[in-house]
Design a protein around this ligand. Sequence first.
Ligand code: XUL
Ligand code: CO
Length: 441
Amino acid sequence: MEKEYFSGVEKVNYEGPTSKNPLAFKYYNPEEVIMGKTMKEHCRFAMSYWHTFTYRGNDPFGGTTIYRPWDESEDAMEIAIERVHAAFEFMDKMQIPFFCFHDVDVAPRGNTLAQTNERLDRIVAVIKEEMERTGIKCLWGTTNAFGDDKFVHGAGTSCNATVFAYAAAQIKKALEITKELGGENYVFWGGREGYETLLNTDTGLELDNLARLMQMAVDYAKEIGFDGQFLIEPKPKEPTKHQYDFDTATVLAFLRKYNLQDYFKLNIEANHATLAQHTFQHELNQCRINGVLGSVDANQGDPMLGWDTDQFPTNVYDTTLAMYEILLAGGLTKGGLNFDSKVRRASFEESDLFYSYIAGMDTFARGLKVAAKLIEDRVFEDFKERRYASYSEGLGKEIVDGKVGFKELEAYVLENGVTKNTSGRQELLESLLNQYIMETR
Ligand code: XUL
Ligand code: CO
């Protein structure tokens, strides 16, 4: 029997909205069926290995505030192994069915690539055992090609070709272990893929190279039979002043320019959306209409701050509109809701991990339920149908069907003029949304 790290906590179960138990779900009822699927199937919740098991509270002004009992050994590999046991105990108790990881989250970097890879193999074997024991699965793997000092000028976009090569080698290994763990997706987040100043940057070459790196990943995945979905995670800034994968629209243009559109979908993070001055819903909406919704990094930012705070999502308004887009898109399929969220550095006790995940899972569960009701009742759909009705017949239909051009349209207007516009009814719709958020049972 392994050491028990969270001995004060039993399995977290659903107790319903009237429960006063802080270690119970109030809204997330895994087996409850909504629109033909269980909540568990809809949400596909995942734990982020980095924020949950390696974050120690450091910020630019201060060091560690979070001391975990699984981090006590002098030996980095022993810590890594204990972390695996603690992580699976946590997910099991929290009923979280998936995890996401970077290579460096699970095993400490070695002095050489060969040593790093050997360490990864040792840890992957332990993770596999825990996956078998618990039934917990891997949602996605990724590479940390941004933290180490060699990536100072970027990884795939580095001006140094040998650093590009190192990034490729690191991704190769990360793909292999993600496959080994049955990962359903593989994520590219362009940590340092961006620029600080255009005075020293060849953006054309850097973007071409980034595409080359991604094409190599696609080719290698085929070669080793990795059939997970590739995802790109947009972010507009931080750590670089300008990140190349700015937002959904920018990533789509990149994929289409380099003919990668058949191999990639997007991983949308709420806090990245707001840093790009979009709402979370906007980014999901753009993925939906372009058929590229892959997965979600669930968190929230602070609207008052201009950086990535990665807070646990507790805003029901936002999760309702997010789940609304996700349901309309046909669900998360291979993706999931990965809590790319971290406890505040002052929430340093182990119990805070449970409280924060419960808050996040309940907030999404509630959002799911409200969104499903909105869709079932066609609250916005009926309104939109009426709003665009002029395109379903007559002149509008001819526009949509491509049957008319400028000359015909001019002739139409000269003869008939323009009909009266009607109200957009924004305030009425917002108040209906509030009513659904407050009254859905
Ligand atoms: C950084 C971020 C990453 C990615 C994975 O802002 O979101 O943690 O999700 O590299
Ligand atoms: Co993220």
